[in-house]
Design a protein around this ligand. Sequence first.
Ligand code: IPM
Ligand code: MG
Length: 369
Amino acid sequence: MAANKKLLVLPGDGIGPEVMNEVRRVIDWMEHRRRARFDISEGLVGGAAIEAEGAPISDATMEAARTADAVLFGSVGGPKWDKLPFEERPELGILRLRKELGLFANLRPAVVLDPLVEASSLKPDVIRGLDIMIVRESTGGIYFGEPRGIHKNEAGQRVGIDTEVYSEEEIARVARVAFDLARKRRNKVTSTEKANVMQSGRLWRAVVSEVQAAEFPDVQLEHMYADNAAMQLCSRPKQFDVILGSNLFGDLLSDLAAALTGSLGMLPSATLGAVQPGGKRHALYEPIHGSAPDIAGQGIANPSAQILSFAMLLRWSFGMEEDAQMIEQAVERVLAGGMRTADIMQPGMARVGTKVMGESVLRELEKLI
Ligand code: IPM
Ligand code: MG
């Protein structure tokens, strides 16, 4: 029997709790049918935590995250909390988790599954078989740089300030994650920045080149301005294998890449920290989509991205490759069978809600076992 694996589940806001319910059913299934054992605790984050605990994530939940082997995260935010002061917003829950657990490498796959080729706004030929991995730096850059804030200048005008700042170690460690991944894929990294206008971009380009020359000479490296990368993603996306970017550029490019697949509701992500002495590595898994307040509570959200985030968790944190693949196959088979939630609905397909989608995944898992 597999050893206990400590898992912290944070469903969050909006559709988070609904789609997380379907993951809980997959976990139950695994405990019964695969004899896996998980030691699961659940906590609040985002608006839900603000309401019940007075902060977007409590110190107790942070402590639970620190001691967990992996965190499965839903999504945070919604119109209800839009008017809160900046320092109290639900989004700070995920930012604090990333920062304090040192989760510096955010892995965001953009994959077009065969049954969903028609769901993209791009021509099928352009995106069929697309398989990109975006590696986004996620504890530095303009999200955290100082100085930041809104001040008055001498003329009495308000001035907003954010600072893009990167040390060479911050760049090097996330670059290593990208090169490592490329080796297991098609062996190519496209590093994005704005070295033509930004000092931090110049350093980014230099350090990524140094890391490649010293440690990954076998991996192909290409530098591309981030704006050009956005354009190339829309015109010739299949040229990319791994795309590396800062916190901000990675945020933008990953939304763009996800939208290309036509199915934001299908995409998972992983955010990893450094491997610590003893081998443990903090890690958080979350769908790329947000809390989708417009459809929350209606039972129509697509649970696939949350379920696939759990598959990523099994692969990266628990080394359960076979189980991860099984779950991925089950999801793909449900799609191939013609079932669609509203976000990926196509003519001639059967439109189903969150629960039926989850049940269908379980049914396919039963067939695969
Ligand atoms: C993301 C989101 C977050 C980010 C928000 C919710 C703070 O857009 O995970 O991409 O900007 O990092
Ligand atoms: Mg984003």
